[in-house]
Design a protein around this ligand. Structure first.
Ligand code: NAI
Ligand code: MG
Length: 339
């Protein structure tokens, strides 16, 4: 039986993860869930934001279902999420962005952003010299090749037709240029054998084209910071961060989490949209071999959002987290009963 390490975290994390667990429960899956604590709650208890026991528990699980974290002002803080990404070598961050109802989307996007997840400005060394701070960014050939290979393989497996490389090679003419060259080196073979188109954009222009010419994009492969920024932008175009799920993929470990943070402005109010977390749990089900159940959740979400009465507060509706989740569960149960 697969064992899932569930880490709700801070802020709205526990609210949206509880919603996920309620949905997973009605699917009657043969899965074992174990909750672990990280973040501010753990710090108050043990003086550490994530204990080695939790890291081990996550490492030995078949998958990790992760909520959200609040970044405290403590200068010694290192995010447990970044520690998990680095320690478990979760090198590919897969972020599908899909419009569930054109009525609340600015743009009818259906794209997948593949973000390099281990290098770049995350975990960058910052040195203070006199009145300057120097930030060092690492971009390695190994990580570039690995994420580009991953993106093209994902395109083949998921029937995507085009991969766009997003970079800033006109300014970062060594590192980002290496990334772009590697992309075309790998991309030429893939394009030839698998009929996948490849092209590239500077990140600033890509940010504009996402809004004005969304049909230009199918899949994006990009470096860590650009992927972080573009995925929030893309989420904004389809209703907000409440709709953006993600998977962090490594060779042996897999972590699924909503793209959003702990949303302190709405935490505790019962109005967080659980859709991003529930879609992340669906990606986890795909990974565990329960693709039919994952499809059932995704199809039901589209059906639920077709009726304005079911809309969540972030898109102008009235349903809070619990109300939305119970409506979704009811609809899933109806569909399961008629199968
Ligand atoms: P955020 O993603 O928490 O919130 C940005 C905006 O989106 C807020 O207005 C929030 O209310 C809204 N929002 C986010 N999730 C939502 C949901 N499920 N339903 C409805 N509205 C939602 O980003 P912010 O405010 O910049 O950061 C807050 C905290 O989260 C910070 O401490 C930050 O460091 C942390 N953070 C953690 C992340 C993680 O755990 N993966 C990712 C991003 C930020
Ligand atoms: Mg982000």
């Amino acid at each position: 039986m697969p064992r899932i390490c569930v880490i709700p975290g801070d802020g709205v994390g526990p609210e949206v993860i509880d919603a996920c667990l309620d949905v997973l429960f009605v699917l009657d899956l043969n899965i074992q869930f174990e909750k672990d604590i990280v973040g501010i709650q753990e710090f108050k208890k043990s003086g550490s934001y994530m204990t080695t026991e939790t890291l081990d528990s996550a490492q030995n699980a078949d998958a990790i279902l992760f909520g959200t974290l609040t970044t405290p002002s403590d200068p010694a803080y290192v995010s447990p999420l970044l520690l998990l990404r680095w320690n478990l070598e979760l090198y590919a961050n897969v972020r599908p962005v899909k419009c569930l109802n054109p009525e609340f989307c600015m743009v009818p996007l259906d794209i997948v952003i593949i973000r390099e997840n281990t290098e770049g400005l995350y975990g960058a060394v910052e040195r203070e010299i006199d009145d300057k701070i120097i930030t060092e960014r690492v971009i390695s050939q190994k990580a570039c090749k690995r994420i580009i290979d991953f993106a093209f393989n994902y395109a083949v497996e998921n029937n995507r037709k085009q991969v766009s490389c997003i970079h800033k090679a006109n300014v970062l003419r060594a590192s980002d240029e290496m990334f772009r060259n590697m992309f075309y080196g790998v991309g030429v073979n893939f394009a030839f054998y698998n009929k996948i188109r490849s092209n590239d954009y500077y990140v600033d222009a890509a940010a504009m084209h996402l809004v004005l010419n969304p049909e230009n994009f199918d899949m994006i492969v990009t470096l860590n910071l650009y992927g972080d920024i573009l995925s929030d932008e893309a989420a904004g175009l389809v209703g907000g961060l409440g709709f953006a799920p993600s998977a962090n993929i490594g060779e042996n470990n897999f972590l699924f989490e909503p793209v959003h943070g702990s949303a302190p402005d709405i935490a505790g109010k019962g109005i967080a949209n659980p859709t991003a977390a529930i879609l992340s749990a669906s990606m986890m089900l795909d990974h565990l071999g329960f693709g039919d159940k994952a499809d059932l959740i995704r199809e039901t979400l589209v059906d639920i959002y077709a009726d304005k009465e079911n809309w969540t507060v972030d898109v102008g509706g009235k349903c809070g987290t619990k109300e939305f989740t119970s409506r979704l569960i009811k609809e899933i149960e109806n569909k399961q009963a008629s199968l």
